[in-house]
Write a protein that binds this ligand. Structure first.
Ligand code: MN
Ligand code: MN
Length: 465
């Protein structure tokens, strides 16, 4: 057999993914780079779920979306959104087909691993002032020390007035950090296992060092901080109890690599799917099936709570939509298709031992379809059906979307989950599809620009079916 014939057989009979950097037309690579400029701006604008909702609503309203009013009839082409407590968002464009025939749904999450302030966070030790924190989501705690941090969030005073806080993002702002032990004195610390090198209770944010001048008494550094906070925000120490203050890395998104082919940033998981799921919806004013993007909160801590995907707010929305469309919520859901838009771990050649290459996603090979997540013997996953996998393959190929597949690492190496199972539990055909990420859950995560763009193309394909 000739070399050419072998190559032809390999291509027709084998499953090979392609590196988009090699195979895509130059215009498409440029389109990816251009698209990612918008994504980087979104990343810098939306480091918390509240900021992501705010940024998404601004973009949606610019595109003609208006708040959904239960009981008010909807018609094809209507663009509506439902803001759930400023922390989760459902956006929909009503399709030509009756809602009873189902919808196209993309669900991404907009919360990311970070450090939350404790309810009573402010304290002084050895004349230094600190915020005590409680980490949110799965983190390697040692990664969060000795790096500049910003403070984001809201404080709601007893009378209900809300104060928004964002310190550390402007170049003229101060930043904060969690200090680490110098190597010279770290001999005992370095003998601990990595999960214990920095302990949960060591994640204390340094926020001040100068005592209130010309005053006698104890804890004057803390008092000084309280005074500054009171002057700037009108808050007192008890107001921390009714606050959601989050510590996130203080740096912005940057091009990564001499070839600028990647983006390094905080919070790609899962804004790297949330942004494409949003832009794909905004760009499709006349879908055949009703197109819906859900931006969910609380994924990183199990999707519990009234803004997470285990909440009834999504099925309630479908019931309200059904009530004005002459159908039922369960009818819409049962005939809908969903892409659970979440990231997967990209193959990292520095740590090949936790992955099987043929079943891992790689940079520049497009969006990753993850048939199932979970741990051990597929515990805790919805595992998409063969029929639905075939439909998604067809959809992506018809729309020339570069795609690949991946498991979350080697069997028994660990595991994880996404919101896919909560949507699937509502009797919706659902599969995970998202962008490969390196250094997932670290303060600085990395993605490939081609893959981000292909996520946008994939959600566009779903919404234009
Ligand atoms: Mn995620
Ligand atoms: Mn995650």
């Amino acid at each position: 057999m000739s070399d050419n014939k072998v190559k032809e057989l390999q291509e027709t009979l084998g499953f090979c993914t392609k590196n988009g950097g090699k195979t895509l037309k130059i215009e498409e690579i440029h389109a990816a780079d251009t698209y990612c400029e918008g994504y980087k701006a979104f990343l810098d604008d939306a480091k918390t779920e509240r900021e992501a909702v705010k940024a998404a609503v601004v973009l949606a309203e610019k595109n003609g979306f208006i708040p959904f009013v239960p009981g008010k009839k909807v018609a094809p082409g209507d663009k509506i959104y439902l803001n759930n407590r400023d922390k989760a968002l459902i956006l929909a464009v009503i399709g030509e087909k009756p809602l009873a025939e189902g919808a196209s749904i993309a669900v991404a999450h907009i919360d990311s691993p970070r450090l939350d302030l404790k309810p009573n966070p402010l304290y002084e030790d050895s004349e230094l002032a600190y915020f005590d924190t409680h980490y949110y989501g799965g983190i390697k705690k040692y990664q969060w020390t000795a790096t500049p941090m910003a403070l984001h969030g809201v404080v709601v005073k007893k009378d209900g007035t809300k104060v928004e806080v964002k310190i550390g993002e402007d170049n003229t702002d101060p930043v904060f950090c969690i200090t680490d032990l110098l190597p010279h004195l770290g001999q005992e610390q370095m003998k601990r296992t990595a999960s214990d090198v920095v302990k949960g209770e060591d994640l204390n944010l340094l926020i001040g060092s100068r005592p209130l001048p010309d005053t006698d008494g104890d804890n004057l550094t803390k008092l000084h901080i309280l005074q500054l906070l009171n002057e700037k925000y009108g808050i007192t120490e008890a107001d921390f109890l009714s606050a959601e203050l989050q510590i996130v890395p203080a740096f912005g998104a940057r091009d990564l690599g001499l070839d600028r082919s990647m983006i390094g940033a905080y919070g790609h998981d899962d804004r790297v799917c949330a942004y494409p799921a949003l832009t794909a919806l905004l760009e499709n004013p006349h879908p055949t099936y009703t197109a819906i993007t859900v931006l969910a909160d609380k994924e990183e801590i199990g999707s519990d709570g009234n803004t997470g995907m285990q909440s009834a707010f999504l099925p309630y929305f479908f019931e309200d939509l059904a009530a004005v469309s002459g159908t039922t919520g369960r009818q819409i859901l049962s005939r809908s298709l969903c892409l659970s838009a979440d990231v997967n771990a990209a193959f990292d050649p520095i740590y090949p031992e936790v992955m099987v290459k043929a079943n891992s996603c790689q940079f520049n090979r497009g969006v990753c379809i993850t048939k199932y997540t979970g741990a051990r013997g597929k515990s805790g996953t919805s595992d998409a059906s063969a029929e639905y996998m075939a439909l998604i393959r067809r959809l992506l190929d018809q729309n020339e979307v570069l795609w690949q597949i991946g498991e979350l690492g080697r069997v028994d190496a660990g595991g994880g989950g996404t919101v896919a199972k909560y949507i699937a539990n509502l009797n919706v055909d659902t599969v995970d599809l998202g962008v490969p990420v390196l250094s997932m859950h670290a303060p600085f995560e990395v993605v490939s620009k081609i893959d981000v763009y292909m996520a946008h193309r994939a959600f566009s394909a779903l919404f234009s079916r």
